[in-house]
Design a binder for this molecule. Structure first.
Ligand code: ZN
Length: 100
């Protein structure tokens, strides 16, 4: 199945809504906190903000007609890859190279 712009848009909106619903609970009063729990909460929030930024970038690519194309080499991103991670900005080959 190919990813149509409409389907991509609804997938991205779904991801965005889920991330926004995960807004962190109010920080427990200062001083009595558990340091490990605090670090975990900070890491979780950083990840959430990072993914929200990826959603915005993906929506921008969609608006520009660049969604589904690798931002690094310009080739099509494999449909399976888009299905697995609609936020992926690059093809599998470029992502693998960057991870080295
Ligand atoms: Zn690429």
């Amino acid at each position: 199945m190919t990813m149509t712009p409409d389907r991509a848009r609804s997938l991205l909106a779904e991801i965005q809504a889920r991330l926004e619903a995960q807004a962190p609970a109010q920080e427990a009063s200062a001083g009595g906190g558990d340091a490990v729990a605090h670090r975990l909460a900070v890491a979780t929030e950083e990840r959430r903000v990072f993914n929200l930024r990826r959603v915005r970038l993906a929506l921008e690519r969609l608006a520009a007609g660049e969604f589904g194309y690798c931002q690094s080499c310009g080739e099509d991103i494999a449909p399976e890859r888009i299905e697995a991670d609609p936020l992926a900005p690059t093809c599998g080959g470029c992502a693998a190279q960057r991870a080295l």
